[in-house]
Design a protein around this ligand. Structure first.
Ligand code: SF4
Ligand code: SF4
Length: 229
C-alpha cells in the first residue's frame, strides 16, 4: 500500500489523515486510497447535495477524463479520441463553453464546472439527488469527505487542484489559439491572461492521474510532512 488514509481525532471529532510510504505513489494511488477509506470508514452519504452546490474547480486531468468519454463527445457533437494531442479540432474550448465556468480577473483565471441557476453543479440531477456523471467526477469531488481533515491531507488536496488547474489554464490558452478562437470566458474583469504566467510543470503532458507522481507535485515541505518510508 503506497498511501494510507486513516482516522484521527481533530478538535474532538473523528477526522482523517494520510501518509505516503512509496516515492512512486501517484495521484491515482491517492484517489484509490481515499475512495477505499470512504467505503470502509465513512457512513453512507445521505444525499443532501450540499457539496454539489459549491465551486467545483477542474484540473487538466479531470477534463481529460471527460473528453475521453464517448457520451460527452457525442454531446459536444464531435468524434476523435478526445486526447489533448488529437490533431482534430481541439475539444477543450467547446467543452468549457458547454460544461465549464471560466472566471478571469486580470491575469488570474479560475476554471470550474458550470452551475445551473440555483447553484447546483451542471452534472447534478436535483430531482434524483444524483451525480449524472459519477464515474467521471473530478478530483475535488472524489476527495471530498464529510469530516474534519488534517492539515497535511488538506494541503495535498489543495496543491493537486491548484497544480492541475494551472495546467488546465495553460491548455485553455494553447487550445484556444490552435482553434483560432478567443478563449471562452463566462465572467471577466479586465481580463489579461498570459500564457507566460502558466508555464509547463509537473502536470504538463499527463492525461492520466496514474502518470503523475505526488512527489512531483508537492512542495519539498509538504512532501516531508507526507512521506514516511
Ligand atoms: S458527501 Fe456531499 S451530498 Fe453526501 S452528505 Fe456529505 S455534503 Fe451531503
Ligand atoms: S460532478 Fe457530480 S459529484 Fe461533482 S459536484 Fe457535480 S454533481 Fe456533484
Amino acid at each position: 500500500m503506497k498511501i494510507r488514509v486513516f482516522n484521527c481525532q481533530i478538535n474532538g471529532q473523528t477526522g482523517y489523515d494520510l501518509c505516503v510510504s512509496n516515492e512512486e505513489a501517484t495521484v491515482q494511488d491517492y484517489l484509490d486510497a481515499v475512495n477505499g477509506y470512504i467505503t470502509a470508514h465513512c457512513p453512507p452519504c445521505d444525499g443532501c447535495t450540499s457539496c454539489c452546490r459549491e465551486r467545483v474547480p477542474l484540473t487538466a486531468q479531470d477534463v481529460a477524463v471527460y473528453l475521453r468519454d464517448g457520451e460527452i463527445r457525442r454531446l459536444l457533437g464531435t468524434g476523435g479520441t478526445g486526447k489533448f494531442s488529437d490533431p482534430a479540432p481541439p475539444l477543450l474550448p467547446e467543452f468549457l463553453k458547454r460544461f465549464g465556468h471560466v472566471y478571469v480577473d486580470g491575469a488570474v483565471v479560475d476554471i470550474g464546472l458550470a452551475h445551473r441557476r440555483g447553484g447546483a453543479c451542471i452534472f447534478l440531477d436535483p430531482g434524483r439527488k444524483r451525480c449524472t456523471n459519477y464515474a467521471l467526477r473530478p478530483l475535488v469531488c472524489q476527495t471530498f469527505i464529510c469530516r474534519p481533515v488534517s492539515r497535511r491531507a488538506d494541503e495535498l488536496r489543495g496543491r493537486l487542484v491548484n497544480a492541475g488547474m494551472d495546467e488546465l489554464v495553460r491548455r485553455w490558452l494553447l487550445e484556444s489559439r490552435r482553434a483560432g478562437v478567443r478563449p471562452v470566458m463566462h465572467e471577466a474583469r479586465r481580463p489579461r491572461p498570459q500564457l507566460s504566467d502558466y508555464r509547463s510543470g509537473a502536470c504538463s503532458g499527463k492525461e492520466y492521474y496514474r502518470q503523475l507522481r505526488l512527489k512531483d507535485v508537492c512542495s519539498p515541505g509538504l512532501w516531508r510532512a507526507l512521506y514516511k518510508s
